[in-house]
Design a protein around this ligand. Sequence first.
Ligand SMILES: [Fe+2]
Length: 294
Amino acid sequence: MFEEAQYFAPVAKREDGSVTVELASSHPGFADAVYRERRNAIAALALNYQPGDPVPHAEYTEEEHQVWALVSRELAAKHQRYAIREFLDATERLGLPKDHIPQLQEVSDRLYPLTGFRYIPAAGLVPLREFYGVLADGYFHSTQYIRHHSVPFYTPEPDIIHEVIGHANTLASDRFAELYRVAGGAARRVESEDALQFVSKVFWFTLEFGVMREASELKAYGAGILSSYGEIEEFRGMDIRPLDLKAMGTTEYDITKYQDVLFEAMSFDQLEDVVGSFWATCDDDSIARLLADG
Ligand SMILES: [Fe+2]
């Protein structure tokens, strides 16, 4: 996600081919030389990746597998309370391992037969148009590293827990997969930067941070909420607004805090009718009209 990009650590590739991930001094792994070596190696895998290749195998430590096991167990319990039914069913369908970090290739192998989506590795920031555009073809750019084991419930960057527990489980749903595809199509269709920003903000407030009414309870479906141990407990107390394209496409947000403005779909049908139809048909002109409209 590009706005998350402020939080992607920069990745530098030197002339000798070495790759360095420049973690901020506030990053929990900053002072851990062994973790940083692993981050460099994982980033190099993504930088050297060629489309069409199998996703290269990333090495994780036992401590990192334990982070996955702990966080996926805790989140699964919270999902039962807070996630929409469509997500719970898709999670069941995907059947991700709970005791170890899956390789991205394994995620693809599980996902592709279900909804045609495949994971491709990203070292860090992927340009907005590229990140979204390939969703139209069923590709999802994903980071492969995991957060530092010293703080299992915190990450300053989108890591594999966000990408896989949040997004892959969602992408195992036919209905969600179609929404991701049409979002990708929209990003390809629009030409101006303003229109692209609008499309991506609608994505942010729906597929990243969307909430939905389900049998009178407010539930979450956005991957950002569903992969966050803390935020998932807080979203019901936020400023909940009705699903509205113009509002979503123009509301500012701060990625460094829990999202305090959220947009509520009254049903999955409404999400598809309002947001899915928008992505399926929008262009620069229709977005300019939305922006100009009262
Ligand atoms: Fe995301």
